[in-house]
Design a protein around this ligand. Structure first.
Ligand SMILES: NC(=O)c1ccc[n+]([C@@H]2O[C@H](COP(=O)([O-])OP(=O)(O)OC[C@H]3O[C@@H](n4cnc5c(N)ncnc54)[C@H](O)[C@@H]3O)[C@@H](O)[C@H]2O)c1
Length: 319
């Protein structure tokens, strides 16, 4: 569900190729770039009924509002789509006999942390709408977990890399775009820590979660690596200089951020056998290799908040 979005446009074909019989349900806010043979039901997920989910083994929930600007633009939709919607989908899935639900949560639930690598046991304390809504979505799904209904919440780092449904509003993707377009990367604060998750590693994690046989509810941090925003920018600058002969400046605004966290993926390694494989250069190379497919940097379709505002203006969505 939500399988035509930035993550879904990579994960859905990946799972299809891995031999899973998949059906995507999505309202297609950003269009549909899935291969045509993948079954797609274009729908608002709130319109799905229990009967629609009969016969499915697993639901993967990738829907909702997927960043802070959207959540701040529409606090109401944020809490409806990130908290009430997963609860509704989880409830009808369990009633329909679905065995497993995998939820795309976010490491942003950790908020502003200091000098500690956070495990899933550490407190998740955040005070901004997106983080709170994702945490509450996770909690409501875990509350539904039972012997025959396995809930796996994947707290994803910031996902980066190329997707056929491209986003240029995600940390590394934005830096790469700004380096190429403006020859300048502006950072809010170079000391801020973030876990970054390459799409290849993300697919691996979902694959492992699908194969994981366990009862009840489980939470996993998933990232490829932890980095400061400054280190990430340095890598982008070096890559762009070497490959494209572009000199890129870094401007650091030294602002206070409300998010700062690094996470441990030890639990995912121990229970899922998840092993991160991508480093910063792998992800930047992925972007570079697909540059011709998103080089129209001003196209608003690459920026979630722009598409969302337009859908609200057109009354296709209620804010
Ligand atoms: N991209 C990241 O860095 C990141 C990091 C952590 C967590 N997440 C979570 O992962 C999920 C997917 O992220 P993404 O980057 O692919 O987001 P995205 O915005 O690209 O895709 C979301 C998809 O959900 C669909 N959708 C939303 N509400 C819907 C509804 N009510 N009915 C039907 N379809 C609906 C949209 O049409 C869209 O295709 C989100 O839940 C997000 O919160 C993303």
């Amino acid at each position: 569900m939500g399988g035509t979005g930035f993550i879904g446009a990579v994960l859905s074909p990946y799972l299809d190729e891995a031999g899973y019989d998949i059906t995507v349900a999505d309202a297609c806010w950003f269009g549909n770039e899935l291969p045509s043979h993948i079954k797609l039901i274009k729908t608002d997920l709130f319109d799905l009924k229990q009967e629609d989910l009969k016969g499915f083994d697993t639901v993967i929930f990738l829907a909702g509002l997927s960043n802070d600007p959207m959540a701040e633009f529409s606090p109401k939709s944020n809490f409806i789509l990130n908290t009430a919607l997963p609860a509704y989908v989880g409830f009808i899935a369990r009633e329909a006999g679905v065995k497993k639900l995998i939820y795309a949560c976010s490491c942003s639930v950790y908020g502003y942390t200091l000098n500690k690598t956070y495990t899933e046991e550490d407190p998740a304390i955040c005070n901004y709408p997106y983080g709170v809504s994702k945490l509450q979505g996770e909690k409501s799904l875990l509350a539904l977990a039972e012997e025959n209904f396995n809930v796996i919440s994947i707290r994803q780092g910031t996902v980066c890399g190329f997707s056929p449904r491209m986003r240029l509003d995600l940390a590394m993707n934005t830096m790469f775009k700004n380096a190429v377009q403006n020859h300048k990367i502006t950072l809010s604060n170079h000391r801020i820590w973030r876990p970054i998750l390459g799409l290849h590693d993300l697919c691996q994690a979902y694959h492992k979660a699908l194969e994981f046989n366990a009862e009840g509810g489980h939470v996993f941090n998933i990232s490829s690596f932890n980095t400061t925003v400054g280190q990430l920018a340095d890598s982008v600058v070096e890559f762009v200089k070497n490959k494209m002969n572009i000199d890129v400046q870094i401007e650091d605004q030294n602002r206070q951020d409300y998010r700062n966290y690094k996470v441990s993926t030890d639990k995912a390694f121990e229970l899922l056998n998840y092993k991160a494989q991508q480093n910063d250069l792998d992800i930047i190379s992925d972007l570079y290799d697909h540059l011709d497919q998103f080089s129209d940097f001003t196209n608003e379709k690459f920026y979630n908040i722009e598409v969302f505002k337009k859908l609200v203006e057109q009354k296709a969505l209620i804010a």
